[in-house]
Design a protein around this ligand. Structure first.
Ligand code: CP
Length: 322
């Protein structure tokens, strides 16, 4: 439900299981370890990566996926509570992944559920599985640059107020040592105070600025989209759109040559927004699609661990037919 449920040891365990998922995710081998199990994939907010990678991860472990998308197609539109919905749907599934626009809603749903519930994003609050896949990506990318998570410098840019991915990632990173944070956003969209306090009490150096200068030695630049769906009006979101763009010219001028470029996606491709330009698409440091690929590995690991089958993967392994 929250990244606060983890610590560096449990994160290392998830990452080790994610590594074991590589041959299955890359279709070199199959495992049927979740044969007969059902995932309830409940998405009450739009999603491409999270929804499809949860489903793909469950399928790759041999399980079946039941999709519910959109509030209007469920009885919640008739006033049914999250608790009642959870009581009912949890008897149809062995595990549930859920996204909902309201902060705290997935935890509320979990109270009524008879099976484990995984948070796929609750409003502006948290996106724990994204943070885990982000951290897994950071670890892999930094290893390539002969660096580690402890002591690294991350630069988070854009809508840090409503961006749940940066909230969850900051909380995860606060569990490591001497991480330097440069937080670049308009003042109105700065990182929430509770997260800043958490970073401060864990002894991390945090630099808050409205200017891209000062990020020169960042190991990671984590760009985010203006979360227009969290603003009262589209006009309010519009005033921030396009303020903190990253393109080839800005990257070359403000970052070191091996700074890893990350973004949880989706990036806003409209010309007036365009926070991460297509002219970086061929840059080898652009890790955004490796990030999305890693989502399947991490979600496979979370399903295996949550359902207690992580040691049975090979027992139910079969050859790939095609
Ligand atoms: N990163 C992410 O949550 O993407 P989706 O909204 O497409 O799931």
């Amino acid at each position: 439900l929250s990244v606060k449920q983890f610590d560096p040891d449990s994160i290392a365990r998830i990452f080790a299981i994610a590594d074991q998922m590589q041959p299955y995710a890359h279709r070199k081998k199959r495992t049927r370890v979740l044969d007969g199990a059902i995932l309830g994939n409940l998405f009450f907010e739009p999603s491409t990566r999270t929804r499809v990678s949860f489903g793909t991860a469950f399928n790759l472990l041999g399980g079946e996926v039941r999709e519910t998308t959109g509030m209007e197609s469920s009885a919640i539109a008739k006033g049914e509570s999250l608790y009642d919905t959870a009581r009912v749907l949890s008897s149809y599934s062995d595990i549930i992944a859920m996204r909902h626009p309201k902060a705290g809603s997935v935890a509320e749903f979990a109270e009524g559920s008879r099976v484990p519930v995984i948070n796929g994003g609750d409003g502006a609050n948290e996106h724990p599985t994204q943070a885990l896949l982000d951290l897994y990506t950071i670890k892999k990318e930094l290893e390539h640059n002969k660096l580690g998570i402890d002591g690294m410098h991350i630069c988070m840019v854009g809508d840090l107020k409503y961006g749940r991915t940066v909230h969850s990632l900051s909380k995860l990173l606060s569990m490591y040592s001497n991480v330097r944070f440069t937080l670049i956003s308009p003042r109105e969209l700065s990182m929430p105070d509770d997260i800043l306090s958490m970073l401060d009490s864990a002894g991390h150096k945090v630099h808050i600025t409205e200017h891209i200068e000062g990020s020169m030695d960042a190991d990671i630049v984590y760009q985010t989209r203006i979360q227009q769906e969290r603003f009262a009006t589209a006009e309010e979101a519009d005033q921030y759109r396009g303020k903190f763009r990253l393109n080839n010219e800005i990257y070359t001028r403000h970052y070191k040559p091996n700074t890893v470029i990350m973004h949880p996606l989706p990036r806003d491709s409209r010309a007036e927004a365009n926070e991460l330009d297509n002219d970086l698409n061929q840059n080898p440091n652009l890790a955004i699609f490796r990030q999305a690929d890693n989502g399947v590995l991490i979600r496979m690991a979370l399903f295996a661990l949550t359902l207690g089958v992580e040691d049975l993967l090979q027992k139910y392994e079969t050859d790939v037919i095609w």
